[in-house]
Design a protein around this ligand. Structure first.
Ligand SMILES: *[C@@H]1O[C@H](CO)[C@@H](O)[C@H](O)[C@H]1NC(C)=O
Ligand SMILES: *[C@@H]1O[C@H](CO)[C@@H](O)[C@H](O)[C@H]1NC(C)=O
Ligand SMILES: *[C@@H]1O[C@H](CO)[C@@H](O)[C@H](O)[C@H]1NC(C)=O
Ligand SMILES: *[C@@H]1O[C@H](CO)[C@@H](O)[C@H](O)[C@H]1NC(C)=O
Ligand SMILES: *[C@@H]1O[C@H](CO)[C@@H](O)[C@H](O)[C@H]1NC(C)=O
Ligand SMILES: [Fe+2]
Length: 356
């Protein structure tokens, strides 16, 4: 799905491999009652691209309740769930504290807020606990007139020992403040093996944060996916200047900026907007060109690498740019386009072989 807001008008350039055990999988896009993969196999269905859609999407502004901060103090917000390597483990991610943008920003100390999750199979008996790690990131621009950004505290906690195909309730935060979230739930995926498949997987790219994104997300949610794959181009925060002025086409409108600026609060808006879906349904993300977001010290992809939990370590990857995981009998291999997979890159062929 190429949306109107690609400044370079190209896809992130993502390679996705699916390895299926035994039966083929088919994902259809019809309006009512999308059949599940278990009802298939089906003929693929495609819809021609409607070129009139390009350039007409309207960004959700910071005044919309969909993207406003709904918590106070160090209460968790922007909750999301993502998969670890297997059904038995899940990452929970959330943010505490407020981001700052401007001059004289002072990064929060991640150690001041705990990363703690209570979980269990009954809403009223969250009898397991897990702790994790936290970080903040900065987006810095050493140029006159540009504003710097420092994030809220980003927490990543891995839950383990989960049963397949099971509903789990969880609550995250720091009980000592006290600042715990409401109770949310997710479902684990089926165990890996032949004839063991998730019912529906939503695959989307170029999501952005426009009013048309609400259509896409509502459609996706109403079809109750077991898993969402977001294959690059997430928030389009890089179509904005650091002063919060945006454009459909960065290079057309802002051709003279000393560096390709971003407006990092768009990431927070996106996290708030997505929470309703991804606090329940695991989302797996891989980077696209809109996530490059160059900043001081030639750093790139910092928001992308900081804000999502990836099963990189669990799957033997050295990077957030490639990883793999199981979703029932499907082994997903996510290969982002911004790392070299030949001998010249850091990912040596032998690493790839081990990784596969
Ligand atoms: C932003 O951070 C950079 C790098 O540390 C610094 O050079 C610049 O002066 C800062 N800008 C503002 C507005 O504080
Ligand atoms: C996209 O959103 C605009 C309103 O911002 C609406 O007019 C238009 O119909 C939407 N397009 C699609 C394909 O939903
Ligand atoms: C942001 O900067 C641009 C370019 O200098 C300017 O045109 C725009 O009016 C500014 N926006 C705000 C909200 O200050
Ligand atoms: C950033 O990259 C440019 C060109 O690739 C190089 O000239 C410059 O020295 C680099 N700066 C830093 C701080 O590494
Ligand atoms: C390559 O790996 C080394 C050590 O793991 C790391 O320090 C370096 O930043 C990596 N380079 C790139 C381009 O990822
Ligand atoms: Fe794109």
């Amino acid at each position: 799905m190429e949306m109107a807001f690609s400044n370079s008008y190209r896809m992130g350039g993502i390679f996705l491999f699916f390895i299926f055990l035994l039966s083929p999988l088919d994902i259809r896009a019809t309006n009512a009652n999308i059949p599940s993969t278990l009802d298939g196999p089906f003929e693929p269905e495609t819809v021609p691209y409607d070129a009139s859609l390009r350039g007409n999407a309207v960004d959700i502004p910071d005044t919309d309740p969909l993207v406003r901060r709904r918590v106070t103090g160090f209460e968790p917000e922007q909750l999301s769930v993502s998969l670890s390597f297997n059904h038995d483990s899940i990452w929970i991610t959330w943010i505490t504290g407020e981001f700052q943008i401007g001059d004289n920003i002072k990064p929060l100390d991640p150690k001041t807020v705990a990363s703690f999750v209570r979980y269990g199979t009954s809403r009223t008996n969250l009898n397991h606990e897990a702790t994790g790690h936290s970080l903040v990131y900065d987006q810095l621009y050493p140029f006159e007139g540009l504003q710097n950004y420092t994030s809220g505290i980003i927490h990543h906690v891995r839950l383990t020992g989960l049963e397949p195909n099971n509903k789990y309730y969880y609550q995250c935060g720091d009980p000592s403040i006290p600042a715990m979230s409401d109770v949310y739930y997710f479902r684990t995926l089926p165990a890996s093996g032949p004839q063991s498949y998730p019912k529906r997987i939503a695959i989307v790219g170029d999501l952005g944060l426009t009013y048309n994104t609400t259509c896409t997300i509502n459609h996706m949610s109403s079809n109750e996916p077991d898993l969402v794959l977001l294959v690059g181009d997430v928030t389009y925060a890089n179509l904005y200047l650091t002063n919060g002025t945006g454009s459909d086409c960065y290079s057309c409108s802002f051709s003279k900026t000393p560096i390709h600026e971003t407006y990092q609060p768009r990431w927070d808006y996106w996290g708030r907007f997505m929470e309703n879906l991804v606090s329940k349904v695991p989302i797996m993300v891989v980077e696209g060109n809109h996530e490059i977001e160059a900043q001081a010290g030639n750093q790139t992809f910092v928001a992308y690498s900081s804000r999502f939990a990836f099963p990189s370590e669990e799957s033997g990857s050295l990077s957030s740019f490639y990883y793999s995981f199981n979703a029932g009998g499907i082994h997903f291999i996510m290969l982002g386009a911004y790392i070299s997979y030949d001998k010249s890159g850091n990912v040596t062929f032998s690493v790839i072989l081990i990784f596969l």
